[in-house]
Design a protein around this ligand. Structure first.
Ligand code: NAD
Length: 286
């Protein structure tokens, strides 16, 4: 089966490679030519434009940075909607604002094009190992059609609700990760300033009630002061902006998100936008 794949960055590249390994004929495109060539070496059909992908495929995955990129790749000049056949299924796996997923979908509906939103959690490691946790919003039958792809890429996905719900779920996920890491950083910094052996403190806590997947993955990086990404502060900051925007639209109170976003603002201004989000502990140390 042919699958289009648009956006071959940190996440998209290994995901597309896993589809090739599973026997799919992948038509790959990215605005960075080197990324397309890399996929070509792995067996993909190298495409020079979005239109070339869309003319070959009626199932298309997008894995792009944020809302404006997805909107432009789907609805913009040279975008998917200009040439897609009626019935084409777009699977947007980027993490974007839920209201933008809904807005794009309502435009696509006018042309008989289907869309589901399916952002992921699990990072580059999960993309490479094909263990991504996939949060899906859309119609039952569209999810059923995409599920074999999700089984190749990760956990097969969880359908959360109608279009936009996958991204609502991802925002909830990102609040929990942000608050968890900020709490962990605050705790470890207090322990250090109170004179404790901070590594022993972390090891004593991590398997108890306060332990978490997020801190088990990022706590050791905080201890080693190893801030290589992982998940860049710039991307988590982008997700929290989408959380805050959704908070304004819904009236949901977000006091914890606002605190952590201010820490990210400080760290980005201090040159840490490209650092892993475990660098939150630098905020406390400084
Ligand atoms: P990335 O910046 O590495 O990759 C995005 C790719 O999209 C780039 O290669 C870029 O050239 C390409 N691109 C941008 N505009 C394009 C367009 N119009 N047409 C074609 N290609 C275009 O980002 P990433 O880390 O792969 O993340 C992708 C999405 O997945 C983001 O929404 C991110 O928040 C989410 N995500 C990332 C991680 C992670 O650990 N990196 C984890 C979970 C979710």
């Amino acid at each position: 089966m042919k699958v289009g794949f648009i956006g071959l960055g940190i996440m998209g590249k290994p995901m597309a490679k896993n589809l090739i390994k599973a026997g799919y004929e992948v038509y790959a495109y990215d605005i960075i030519g080197a990324n397309v060539q890399d996929l070509g070496k792995a067996g993909a059909v190298e495409c020079k434009s979005i239109h070339q992908v869309v003319k070959a495929c009626t199932t298309i995955i997008t894995m792009l940075p944020n809302s404006p990129h997805v909107k432009s790749a789907i609805l913009g000049d040279g975008g998917i909607a200009e040439v897609a056949e009626k019935g084409t299924l777009i699977i947007d796996m980027s993490s974007i604002a839920p209201d933008i997923s809904k807005e794009i979908d309502s435009e696509l509906k006018k042309k008989g094009i289907r869309m589901i939103d399916a952002p992921v959690s699990g990072g580059e490691g999960g993309a490479i190992a094909a263990t991504l946790s996939i949060m899906v919003g859309g119609a039952d039958e569209d999810y059923a059609e995409a599920k074999p792809l999700f089984e190749v890429l990760g956990n097969g996905g969880n359908l959360v609700g109608p279009i936009g719900s996958g991204n609502v779920c991802k925002l909830a996920n990102q609040i929990m990760v942000a608050a968890n890491l900020a709490g962990g950083a605050e705790a470890l910094n207090l322990a250090e300033m109170a004179g404790a052996d901070v590594e022993k403190v972390f090891n004593a806590i991590k398997d108890g009630f306060a332990g978490s997947n997020a801190m088990n993955a990022r706590g050791p990086k905080m201890l080693k002061e190893d801030y290589a990404p992982g998940f860049r502060i710039d991307l988590h900051w982008k997700d929290l902006n989408n959380v805050l925007e959704t908070g304004y639209l819904t009236g949901a109170p977000l006091p914890l998100t606002i605190q952590v976003q201010n820490m990210f603002n400080y760290l980005r201004a201090d040159g840490d936008g490209m650092s892993d989000h475990s660098a939150l502990i630098k905020y406390y140390k400084k």
